[in-house]
Design a binder for this molecule. Structure first.
Ligand code: TXA
Ligand code: MG
Length: 347
């Protein structure tokens, strides 16, 4: 995208329009974060419930002061600004979203009615140029129809958003493939609401104590998650996805049995496995997600594979269990969400 294109995109935003743009995590669907009408349009284009707040994207660290308040009655809030600036220095621009109290400039339409605001400074250069050209504050959820896997390629954005928005900026395939880590600094201790490429250990190294939200620890499953978006069915393919865990032979035997049964009913089955296991499976469509243990590669490919299954009319999907440490925590979180937490243990 050339300078003229970015300028045009900026004018569309200032005019209250919507532009999809690349970031290092997934494609975003951008509108003017300070214009309530733009936020309403974003919810409409995505078909998303309007109580699910949007992330405000900035291009310069100082711009946090325009939208976040780190004071209480004129007094600085205990350590919050230090933590915010330490995180920004360590991880911005990059795949980290920080939640702070909002100022009056941010309309409740953007924050889904909350008095807090989620802020992120993306590392993608096109994204930052676009944000600057737009006046500095872009509200952007992932650029997918609500509930579908987030877009990691421009063709995914076209699939979901063509005809619903004013412009799509093509930035090629994204780098990371899963959405940013979200950390809430208004909570004590600081709390991770969504795992991403910036891991809990990286965050602890910079600001000390950090915990996972209860719904990510497997406790209090019934409690409403603090990131309102995490309560909705998410990242989901049209086919019914099940994660199968256990010894390699058992997993393959289980999936092959199921695939044979479905085949006799003319139901299309898709399988997700690591490269080394591809010959284990007899299903019609088998997709490799990368080498065993390469969670970065798997994160990059997951949503694209799920969307390919949709395109091919796959009705039943089985995946090997994926993701452990590091970005693997985010990978596992998204895979299980896409599966509606359906997991079979074959021992
Ligand atoms: O990587 C990303 O973060 C991508 C790219 C485009 O930047 N954006 C993204 O946005 O994933 P979205 O809207 O798909 O997910 C935002 C999540 C939702 O789960 C939402 O509930 C949560 O952030 N969130 C936003 N503002 C919040 C707030 N004030 N308090 C708690 N959760 C918040
Ligand atoms: Mg999303």
């Amino acid at each position: 995208m050339n300078r003229e294109g970015i300028k045009k995109a900026g004018l569309i935003i200032k005019d209250g329009g919507l532009v999809a743009f690349p970031t290092e995590t997934v494609y975003g669907l951008g509108g003017d974060a300070l214009n309530p009408e733009s936020s309403k349009k974003i919810y409409e284009a995505k078909g998303r419930p309007s109580d699910n707040p949007l992330i405000v994207h900035i291009a310069d660290i100082d711009d946090i002061y325009g939208i976040a308040s780190m004071e209480d009655d004129g007094y600085p809030m205990d350590g919050i600004e230090d933590k915010m600036l330490s995180l920004a220095r360590a991880f911005w621009p990059g795949p980290l979203t920080v939640i702070l109290n909002k100022t009056d400039r941010v309309p409740h339409e953007t924050t889904g009615g909350l008095d807090t605001v989620a802020i992120r400074m993306p590392s993608d250069n096109i994204a930052r140029e676009f944000i600057r050209a737009s006046g500095g504050y872009i509200a952007a959820p992932s650029a997918n129809i609500s509930g579908r896997p987030s877009p990691t390629r421009v063709k995914h954005v076209i699939e979901d958003m063509d005809g619903r928005i004013d412009m799509i900026i093509d930035g090629g395939d994204v780098d990371i493939g899963v959405e940013s880590t979200i950390i809430d600094l208004t909570d004590k201790p600081a709390m991770i609401l969504r795992p991403g490429a910036i891991t809990i250990d990286m965050l602890r190294d910079v600001i000390g104590e950090v915990v996972y939200a209860p719904n990510l620890r497997g406790e209090d499953k019934d409690k409403a998650p603090k990131a309102p978006g995490m309560k909705y069915r998410h990242y989901a393919p049209k086919g019914e996805l099940t994660v199968v865990r256990g010894l390699r032979e058992n997993v393959a035997a289980y999936i092959n049995d199921k695939a044979a049964l479905y085949k006799s009913d003319l139901i299309k089955v898709g399988v997700i496995c690591v490269d080394e296991h591809v010959l284990d499976y007899k299903a019609e469509i088998v997709r490799c997600i990368g080498k065993q243990g390469d969670d970065e590669e798997a994160s990059k490919r997951l949503y694209s594979i799920l969307r390919d299954f949709d395109t091919e009319g796959v009705e039943v999907i089985y995946s090997e269990e994926l993701g452990a440490e590091g970005i693997g925590v985010a990978l596992r979180n998204r895979l299980l969400k896409a599966a509606g937490q359906r997991i079979v243990d074959t021992g």
